[in-house]
Design a binder for this molecule. Structure first.
Ligand SMILES: Cc1cc2nc3c(=O)[nH]c(=O)nc-3n(C[C@H](O)[C@H](O)[C@H](O)COP(=O)(O)OP(=O)(O)OC[C@H]3O[C@@H](n4cnc5c(N)ncnc54)[C@H](O)[C@@H]3O)c2cc1C
Ligand code: FES
Length: 512
């Protein structure tokens, strides 16, 4: 095995002994200075780019499932055969190389061309997507990838093209991500793919009989198929004495920019709500050197979602970074720079961020008479009660085969994957949405990954140690595991996901 002095990584051009690569395992190396990963599945060996096209996660540390590799950071899935990004959150392929076996040696040869763009796929006369977020963009992207050439429009109430929303409370808000990283796609992407992107455009009504939507500006758009990807809106609170300019919510790029503008001169901020978004905002404002008080009604942050043990860990983590919690409290009134709590405590605040949850945006579906049950009701194909009208993302409630319940979640990866599956079903594929729900959250240098769905559980089992930031926390019910939270155990998170998939698709067994 030859090594190059610059990187100390094996150069696969010079051969690599297959006996050094166990079945289901991976090894990183390089070819002509480009980092890549060799992955073995049975007698087959594949060579693909080393870094995930989402945030650059190390694919060598991922999990091989069938002829795919899954990214350890946020569970994107790539084909080992051609590098195609099969599942969000990655939307772009990774490079792939041809591999040749001579005796016991594996040689990496030339790059394999990515799959050729498809064209001429039959589909509806036109597709309109309401919503320029995770689900909407992923659906439009998949429609074009699948070769749909018909008219395709995204109508979005947002002022900006689809953005990487999770970044808005994390690196971008903390000042460690550049503005140019936030858009999901460059502006010429929409022109090249012939996606008509209508921004600042709110749809005011949906006429299911005449198959058309009406925008607030009076414009009327007919559709052959429609995807409702309207997401969710922050719950807004009336805070006595507070002016609108003192209160901030965080959903859009504009919201994040407004907080950053205020943060430039702020010394003290009150965050109301110890939700994921509230706490991520707290962490990002601490990174900017701002004092943060978090006010929330519960006993521990995130206790309802992750239980008391994880909640306490998260609280201690934030306290170690200087956040001051006021739990079991709410802000009762605001007077100038003073926020008064129910206990009588007075907190100084240059501004207040409210992160007290979201409500799914259902109004269009309700007014049009679609079936709605705390979310737009969809079947396993993500089709609503009206044929040809689909829903995906935070606004959709779907039959989850893993829990056997109809659920609705607010997870980026689920929204994108639903958008992708809805797109295929708009083209008549009849693909069931059966992905295991997954989300991540980032607090300082601690990433928390969650797979599955547990609204209620009977017991929590912790393997490892929360304090050591190295653990898997299982949420158990009836002898089974509903969900698993991991910290610093990315492979275990992927394995938990694969095991849940295999439970409903026994033919798909993980290899590693
Ligand atoms: C700050 C922040 C951080 C987050 N971090 C994470 C994270 O770390 N991990 C995670 O898993 N999830 C995270 N989430 C949640 C994740 O972003 C959502 O689950 C995801 O965006 C949902 O996608 P969606 O397409 O359903 O909705 P959205 O992305 O919200 O998009 C909805 C779109 O619909 C448009 N719209 C709504 N009504 C209309 C109408 N009538 N007419 C026209 N357009 C309309 C909106 O303008 C918007 O463009 C975060 C969310 C926020 C706000
Ligand atoms: S970095 Fe790979 S999925 Fe996010």
């Amino acid at each position: 095995m030859a090594e190059t002095p610059e990187t100390n990584k094996p150069d696969f051009r010079n051969g690599f002994p297959i006996s050094n690569l166990g079945d289901g395992s991976t090894i990183s190396g390089q070819a002509d200075g480009e980092e890549l990963v060799l992955a073995r599945r049975g007698d087959e060996v594949f060579a693909i780019g080393a870094h995930c096209t989402h945030y650059g996660g190390p694919l060598a540390e991922g999990l091989i499932v069938g002829d795919t590799v899954r990214c350890p950071w946020h569970h994107a899935c790539f084909s080992l055969r051609n590098g195609e990004a099969l599942r969000a959150p990655a939307l772009n392929p990774v490079p792939c190389w041809r591999v040749e076996r001579l005796g016991d040696q594996i040689f990496v040869r030339e790059k394999v061309s990515p799959p050729a763009p498809k064209h001429g796929t039959e589909g509806p006369s036109s597709v309109v997507i309401v919503g320029g977020g995770a689900a909407g963009l992923a659906a439009a992207d998949m429609l074009r990838r699948e070769g749909y050439d018909g008219p395709l429009t995204i109508v979005s109430a947002d002022a900006s093209p689809p953005v990487d929303r999770p970044n808005l409370s994390k690196d971008y808000l903390a000042g460690t991500a550049q503005e140019g990283w936030v858009p999901l796609r460059p502006s010429d992407y929409y022109r090249e793919r012939r996606i008509d992107l209508l921004l600042h455009s709110r749809v005011s009504s949906l006429d299911r009989e005449r198959r058309r939507i009406v925008l607030e500006n009076g414009k009327v758009l007919g559709f052959g198929a429609l995807l409702l990807a309207t997401g969710a809106d922050p719950v807004r609170l009336q805070v006595e004495g507070a002016t609108d300019s003192q209160l901030h919510y965080l959903r859009t790029f504009a919201d994040s920019k407004a907080i950053i503008a205020k943060a430039a001169s702020a010394k003290r901020v009150v965050v109301v709500g110890a939700s994921f978004i509230g706490l991520e905002v707290a962490a990002s404002l601490r990174a900017r050197g701002i004092h943060v008080d978090v006010v929330a009604p519960g006993n521990q942050p995130l206790e309802r979602v992750m239980g008391v043990e994880v909640g306490l860990f998260i609280r201690k983590l934030h306290e170690a970074h200087g956040v001051v919690f006021h739990l079991g409290e709410t802000v009762s009134r605001v007077s100038g720079r003073i926020a008064a709590l129910t206990s009588g405590t007075a907190l100084e605040a240059d501004f207040i961020v409210l992160g007290v949850g979201v409500r799914p945006s259902l109004i269009l579906a309700e007014q049009a008479g679609l079936a709605v049950d705390r979310g737009i009701s969809v079947n396993e194909y993500l089709e609503t009660s009206v044929a040809g009208i689909f829903a995906a993302g935070d606004s959709a409630r779907w039959p989850d085969p893993h829990t056997g319940e109809r659920i609705r979640v607010e997870h980026w990866v689920v929204a994108e994957r639903q958008g992708q599956v809805a797109a295929k079903n708009i083209l008549g594929r009849r693909e069931k949405f059966d992905a295991v729900p997954f989300f991540w959250s980032q607090h300082y240098d601690v990433a928390i990954n969650y797979v599955g769905h547990a609204e209620k559980w009977e017991a929590i089992e912790i393997d490892g140690s929360l304090d050591a930031r190295d653990c898997a926390v299982a949420y158990k019910k009836g002898g089974g595991t509903l969900a698993t939270v991991t910290i610093s155990r990315d492979l275990q998170s992927l394995q938990a996901e694969a095991a849940m998939e295999a439970a409903i698709r026994p033919q798909e067994r993980e290899v590693a």
